[in-house]
Design a protein around this ligand. Structure first.
Ligand code: PRP
Length: 216
């Protein structure tokens, strides 16, 4: 069966609410940060379906034995926040994935060329090929940053079909690029916005997520 990129926009009231708060230009930085944390939590909750490895075992309850399903802590799980803005989503993701290893990837988009350059990469040279990876980045605009991140992961042995991307606002252009190169990938996004302006910002979007999270 040929694989195809899957993009989920979960119809969840809390995701819609925190997206609305994040979009609002009048939301102050402290509340914007909370909104992105909450979006990280709920989008990660959705993304964990059929991704987080589990193991079935018998347990003894106070009354009887029964079969039960646990999270399998032996399969490695990694979260890759794309700095800086991905750190905001990481905070919520980490509350649900407390055993995950966190590998930071610092990518800065050049304001004129819109090309990303890498200033930090804490990933190992090779991952265990079974590793479940969750990438966090609030914005997939031209797609340059996420494509650079995916390339770093695949070079290090990560299977795109075991990878999930959690983002807040994504553009059709970025999704097309990901689908062309990584058809097995699955994305969880709070919304898809059609337009990217000349400065590379998604419209209506939510502005510069990194600046709004960190108050810069
Ligand atoms: C923003 C955003 C994404 C990237 C998206 O980061 O957080 O990482 O741009 O744009 P693209 O799809 O066109 O590559 P930025 O480079 O502004 O860095 P920051 O997170 O430090 O603010």
């Amino acid at each position: 069966m040929s694989q195809q990129l899957r993009v989920y926009v979960p119809p969840h009231p809390l995701i819609k609410h925190w997206l609305a708060v994040a979009r609002d230009v009048n939301t102050p930085s402290v509340l914007f940060r909370s909104a992105i944390t909450e979006l990280g939590r709920w989008l990660t909750y959705e993304a964990a379906r059929e991704w987080l490895p589990t193991r079935d075992m018998a347990v003894q309850t106070p009354l009887d034995t029964c079969n039960a399903t646990f999270v399998d802590a032996e399969v490695p799980v990694a979260v890759i926040p794309i700095l800086r803005a991905g750190l905001g989503l990481l905070e919520g993701a980490q509350t649900l994935l407390p055993l995950a290893s966190i590998y930071h990837l610092g990518l800065q988009r050049n304001e004129e060329t819109l090309q990303p350059s890498c200033y930090l990469n804490s990933m190992p040279e090779k991952f265990d090929p079974q590793t479940r990876v969750l990438i966090t980045d609030p914005m997939l605009a031209t797609g340059g940053s996420i494509m650079a991140g995916m390339s770093e992961l695949v070079q290090r042995g990560i299977d795109p079909s075991l990878t999930r991307i959690v983002c807040v606002v994504s553009s059709p252009l970025a999704l097309q690029k990901l689908g062309a190169d990584y058809p097995g990938l699955i994305i969880y996004t709070a919304t898809i916005d059609e337009t990217i302006n000349d400065q590379g910002f998604i419209v209506p979007g939510l502005g510069d997520a990194g600046d709004r999270i960190f108050g810069t």
